[in-house]
Design a protein around this ligand. Structure first.
Ligand code: NAG
Ligand code: NAG
Ligand code: NAG
Ligand code: NAG
Ligand code: NAG
Ligand code: NAG
Ligand code: NAG
Ligand code: NAG
Ligand code: NAG
Ligand code: NAG
Ligand code: NAG
Ligand code: NAG
Length: 497
């Protein structure tokens, strides 16, 4: 099978009401008075990101424990009004909307060609062979993706049909530049279905209804060139060498390690090395084999001499519950290294996976969009005009400077007032003279350097725009003194089976 697919998208921004506020312990939110998925809204754009409700609120004691950086997550589901990757700050204010890329699974910051990029894997690759569960970029600028690949398979040994189909757990390493396949690993070459915990049924008789015995859901390549693989349906973390041979198993029916008290896991997600001897994972622990009362994060220590795994820390979620799959209950929380909750927020009501997000991560991130700030003008009564501004993805704007100019000299900008940035959208109220035919804003950073000017926008609210003046060149925030640049790299490659 050889299919050309559009797999991942890099948007590199650096070389590139209750409106805008989170709720704080709102019982009205919890009781559904604002709907299944309360959202934020704006005047200058129809973006509608989720509104958070903080259930555990940051206070003066815990404030210093909150780590820096923005929240990256990607709400999606039938109740969610904007299915997209979004960047929020700790107050729940949106900083970037990825709506142009649609519903998203993987949404993270990654290094590519030596610079930070946003990595997005859009939903809708179904049928291409590429799968949503994992996309990682390696230090060598290759991409590793999970693939769910159906193969004809005799399932009679497992009480399934002899003319059955198995959904193989595959991952493929691909050269981003050339699209060439570098390495492919098939679970079925190494792990037989009897090792795992799901059962086939009589209807697993076609590629579309294949028995999903392995369910690969995380992949990490380490500095040894080895791979750490999570198989949800085998309840096992596999460690492979660079040629794909299994060096050891952690958990499941054939664990190479004895599993200490509280260290067992099932239906898990997102296994990651935290040091050379510690692994973190999300233990769903739902369905059979366990009745622990809640899913949880776990940090496990591996003693390679004693071949023993032990629990170091567990991270119990707010409102303890099972998460049937990864991100299927709409909560986020941050924990200290002992596992205590620093804060917890929900981004919708539970209910049949109507609000979900596959992962939620935190990153330091600087965004310098090359689009200009967007201005929408709402002329009020005499001498009372509201200028709504937003600049999607810009992380450095602290102050908006308002300019006015006249019809006869449209590019002659007069500084009128400065307004502190307040939220994704800031409303600037101008109550001075109505002589100006055009308004313009400049985004200024913490040093009051101009990052970008908007177009001149007609004061009458007609939406008419004139370009930035010739002498309004911008160098702030740009070490090269050039205007900011922006690249968006779309990776296309082939899955080869
Ligand atoms: C601050 O929040 C933490 C975590 O929720 C809580 O344990 C602590 O009691 C709170 N402190 C105050 C002074 O409210
Ligand atoms: C990176 O790729 C090159 C081939 O272009 C290969 O020689 C090298 O071993 C790779 N390095 C790592 C860390 O995989
Ligand atoms: C990827 O392909 C490019 C262009 O063909 C090549 O220069 C580079 O070495 C390859 N990288 C790896 C890791 O194979
Ligand atoms: C991986 O492990 C297998 C089995 O132990 C071994 O035969 C193979 O040589 C190893 N590959 C590498 C690159 O070490
Ligand atoms: C806690 O979980 C229960 C059961 O899922 C749910 O009914 C309740 O609304 C949740 N409460 C909060 C504050 O999230
Ligand atoms: C962001 O940077 C600060 C300061 O360097 C660091 O303390 C923090 O851990 C970083 N946050 C993340 C999520 O990497
Ligand atoms: C100006 O308009 C805003 C928004 O419409 C309104 O809230 C405010 O009261 C008005 N102020 C004056 C002085 O008219
Ligand atoms: C910029 O150019 C406009 C006309 O194009 C002029 O009116 C204005 O004075 C100039 N501003 C500066 C700071 O040179
Ligand atoms: C707004 O701030 C800028 C930068 O500090 C300054 O040059 C300008 O004069 C200010 N405008 C007004 C009307 O105060
Ligand atoms: C993003 O947050 C920073 C503060 O961390 C703020 O200065 C910037 O204006 C925000 N960007 C948007 C688009 O709201
Ligand atoms: C600014 O005006 C140009 C045309 O002069 C237009 O192409 C561009 O879309 C406008 N930018 C914004 C953010 O409205
Ligand atoms: C047969 O396999 C099981 C286990 O992976 C799935 O749960 C079933 O949905 C599947 N049957 C069909 C018709 O797809």
């Amino acid at each position: 099978m050889r299919v050309a697919v559009l797999a991942s998208l890099f948007a590199h921004l650096a070389i590139a009401a209750c409106a805008g506020r989170a709720y704080q312990g709102s019982s009205a939110y919890d009781e559904g008075e604002y709907g299944m998925s309360p959202s934020q809204s704006y005047v200058s754009t129809d973006y509608k990101p989720v509104a958070l409700n903080f259930e555990v609120i940051v206070n003066d004691t815990t404030k210093s424990q909150v780590s820096d950086g923005y929240l990256f997550f990607a709400p999606r589901g039938s109740a969610v009004s904007m299915n997209a990757g979004i960047i929020l700050d700790q107050q729940g204010r949106m900083n970037w909307s990825g709506r142009d890329y649609g519903a998203t699974f993987t949404f993270c910051v990654t290094q590519y060609q030596g610079e930070d990029h946003i990595l997005i894997t859009p939903v809708g690759l179904d049928g291409s062979g590429v799968d949503l569960h994992e996309t990682v970029v390696t230090t060598n600028d290759t991409v590793i993706m999970s693939v769910y690949h159906p193969i004809a398979y005799d399932l009679s040994a497992y009480r399934g049909p002899s003319d059955g189909y198995l959904l193989d757990g595959v991952f493929q390493k691909i050269n981003i530049t050339s699209g060439e396949e570098i390495f492919t690993w098939h679970a079925s070459d190494h792990v037989e279905p009897g090792e795992c915990y799901d059962d086939p049924s009589d209807d697993n008789v076609s590629a579309e209804s294949a028995f999903d015995y392995f369910h690969i859901n995380s992949i990490q390549k380490d500095d040894y060139g080895h791979y750490l693989i999570s198989s949800r349906h085998c309840h096992t973390i596999y460690y492979l060498n660079s040629t794909g041979d299994i060096l050891w198993r952690l958990g499941g029916s054939q664990s190479s390690f004895t599993i200490g008290e509280g260290a067992d896991f099932a239906w898990q997600h997102h296994a990651r090395w935290r040091s050379t001897t510690q692994i973190s994972l999300f233990n769903n622990a739902n369905l059979d084999r366990f009745s622990e009362g809640t899913s949880r994060g776990m940090l496990l220590d591996l003693d390679f001499d004693a071949k023993a795994a032990s629990l170091v820390t567990e991270f119990i979620p707010f409102n303890q519950t099972y998460s049937e799959s990864w991100g299927s209950t709409p909560y986020l929380s941050e924990h200290d290294s002992d596992g205590n909750i620093i804060w917890a927020a929900r981004y919708g009501l539970d209910g049949d996976s109507s609000s979900t997000s596959y992962r939620a991560l935190r990153y330091n991130w600087t965004g310098r969009p090359t689009d200009l700030p967007s201005v929408t003008i709402s002329p009020g009564s005499d001498a009372n005009t509201t200028i709504y501004v937003h600049w999607n993805g810009a992380t450095e704007v602290r102050t908006w400077q308002l300019f006015g100019s006249c019809a006869a000299t449209p590019q002659d900008a007069q500084s009128l007032q400065n307004t502190t940035w307040l939220d994704f959208e800031t409303a600037i109220v101008w109550q001075g003279t109505s002589d100006y035919a055009y308004f313009q804003v400049a985004a200024m950073d913490a040093d009051r350097q101009v990052l970008s000017y908007s177009n001149f926008t007609a004061a009458d609210g007609s939406g008419e725009q004139l370009a930035v003046a010739d002498n309004q060149t911008v160098t702030a925030g740009d070490p090269d003194g050039n205007t900011n640049t922006y690249t968006s790299v779309q990776i296309e490659y082939s899955i080869t089976m």
